[in-house]
Design a protein around this ligand. Structure first.
Ligand SMILES: Nc1nc2c(c(=O)[nH]1)N[C@H]1C(S)=C(S)[C@@H](COP(=O)(O)O)O[C@H]1N2
Ligand SMILES: [Mo]
Length: 207
């Protein structure tokens, strides 16, 4: 017999227990089977002819990539978990896109570059240490669970940094600024933690 639908609450609890036991649920988070939408400001309209991806700061090769340039880069698929500081976690997301390392190969950060300020549309920013982006599961995603990103989830391109709270996973990402010091991004200027490790509960700058 098919009881699915009737037991979705139980299914959620079962999975939450499973993830807790596997050590994948960070403290004081709860598992969601849905995918909430969370951002500051409005959803930007994508115009491929106007879009460009800008890489500047401490790199050997500053770059401006058009949407066509970006589309030509090799793609990877990564499955990872997603933890929002407002206490929901979504597990086993399949992301397709271009790895951070692929973009690094083109820009070639200088040895002094230790931090990156990630820029999104409308002035949204998030700061991440370069070492935390230079990992094999960090990517610029165009697809989620094999479907193009919805506009409110970051279409056409978003960063995914699975091991940090999701405010670092910049939607509508448009560029990278390589720096020799850690410069606070949007939420970090508004009281959030500079690093944001969900397993250490680094939510606020006082944590
Ligand atoms: N450009 C931009 N990216 C953003 C945000 C934002 O306000 N603007 N919010 C962040 C936060 S706090 C979270 S939890 C995730 C939410 O992603 P989702 O809406 O796809 O679930 O996006 C992150 N990326
Ligand atoms: Mo968030």
């Amino acid at each position: 017999m098919e009881f699915s639908g009737l037991f979705t609450g139980d299914e959620r609890k079962r999975k939450e227990r499973e993830m807790t036991e596997a050590g994948r649920l960070p403290p004081h988070q709860s598992l969601t089977l849905k995918w909430p939408v969370l951002h500051y400001g409005s959803v930007p309209v994508f115009e491929s002819a106007k879009w460009e991806f800008q890489i500047r700061g401490l790199v050997e090769q500053p770059l401006r990539l058009t949407w066509d340039d970006f589309q030509k880069l090799p793609r990877i698929q990564i499955t990872s978990d997603f933890h929002c500081v407002t206490r929901w976690s979504r597990f086993d997301n399949a992301w397709t896109g271009v790895s951070f390392r692929e973009v690094m190969k083109l820009a070639r950060p200088k040895p002094e570059a230790e931090f990156v300020l990630v820029h999104g549309e409308q002035g949204y920013t998030a700061n991440v240490p370069l070492a935390d982006l230079d990992r094999e599961n960090v990517l610029f995603a165009t697809h989620h669970d094999r479907k193009p990103l919805e506009p409110d989830h970051g279409y056409p391109l978003r960063l995914i940094v699975p091991h940090l709270y999701a405010w670092k996973s910049v939607k509508w990402v448009r560029g990278l600024e390589f720096l020799d010091r850690d410069v606070a991004g949007f939420w970090e200027q508004n009281g959030y933690h500079m690093y944001g490790d969900p397993f250490k509960e680094q939510r606020f700058d006082t944590d």
